[in-house]
Ligand binder design. Structure first.
Ligand code: HPA
Length: 262
């Protein structure tokens, strides 16, 4: 039976319908993960859930221990992670409530520990041409069709440092660079998962129009409200996808380190 990790952020601090078996505190060489990992079962699949901001949302994006979080999943035997995040919509036509299955990344973060290979354990340059696992993305698309939850196929995630929101000019520049959505947590989560040879898929929920796209001031309340409205759809999507993920991994994520180390 494969073991799937779910990491979620703003507005999603638990998975309803998950039969919880136990919570696990995990120690790592990088310090403490954001929270205890909740281990449970859904549709005969072992699920391990982690709220990336902590269960009371006390950890801001720039303070999350991304290395510990991913290392913890690896230690618990997780081979695939579905990452759910709230984002601002940059691309024309995207509106609050839309769900995007990501396929690219633009990393604008500045101050994060972004690798397990900082010299002590050698040097590695993982291939990141395709930052997200195509096999997992395909299973998510299939699940969306099955439960009639509309998903946008493909999108470029712009990762920013935060915790402040962006200026209108920043968003305009991201748009020119090809960014579709903007968020504060997708990196280095995605690249650390690749270094850990864990498949990683990004499910982004558009919570608001990015700065300057709509004329009104951005509020945290609006982000939380949009996430609450989408929770039912996310739950349906997750429940369905767990049965559609193939047992054996055929993607290249599992061999990410094979030709990456010096
Ligand atoms: N910008 C950055 N991160 C976000 C946003 C945003 O507009 N909305 C939700 N997370």
């Amino acid at each position: 039976m494969s073991r799937i990790g779910v990491i979620a952020g703003s507005g999603l601090y638990e998975i309803k319908g998950l039969t919880i078996k136990k919570s696990r505190t995990v120690s790592t060489p990088y310090g403490k993960p954001s929270e205890k990992y909740v281990c449970g079962e859904m549709n005969e699949t072992e699920i391990i859930f982690l709220p990336r901001h902590g269960k009371h949302h006390s950890i801001p994006p720039h303070m999350i221990n991304y290395r510990a979080n991913i290392w913890g999943f690896k230690k618990l035997g997780v081979s695939r992670i579905i990452s759910i995040s709230a984002v601002g919509g940059i691309k024309k036509g995207l509106k609050p409530g839309d769900i995007v299955i990501l396929d690219q990344v633009l990393d604008m973060t500045k101050n994060r520990k972004s690798t397990f290979y900082d010299g002590k354990d050698g040097v590695a340059h993982i291939d990141f041409t395709e930052p997200f696992c195509a096999e997992l993305a395909q299973a998510l698309q299939k699940a969306g069709r099955k439960v009639k939850v509309t998903l946008k196929k493909g999108g470029t995630y712009v990762a920013v440092e935060g915790p402040r929101l962006e200026s209108a000019s920043e968003i305009k520049s991201f748009q020119i660079l090809g960014g579709d959505v903007v968020g504060m947590t997708g990196m280095p989560e995605a690249s650390l998962a690749r270094e850990a040879e864990i498949c990683y898929s990004g499910v982004s929920v558009v919570a608001n129009y990015a700065a300057g796209i709509s004329r009104h001031k951005l509020t945290v309340a609006e982000v939380m409200e949009a996430m609450k409205d989408t929770t039912e759809n996310l739950k349906k999507l997750l429940k369905a996808v767990f049965t559609l993920i193939p047992d054996k991994r055929k993607c290249t994520c599992k061999d990410a380190l094979a030709e990456a180390k010096i």
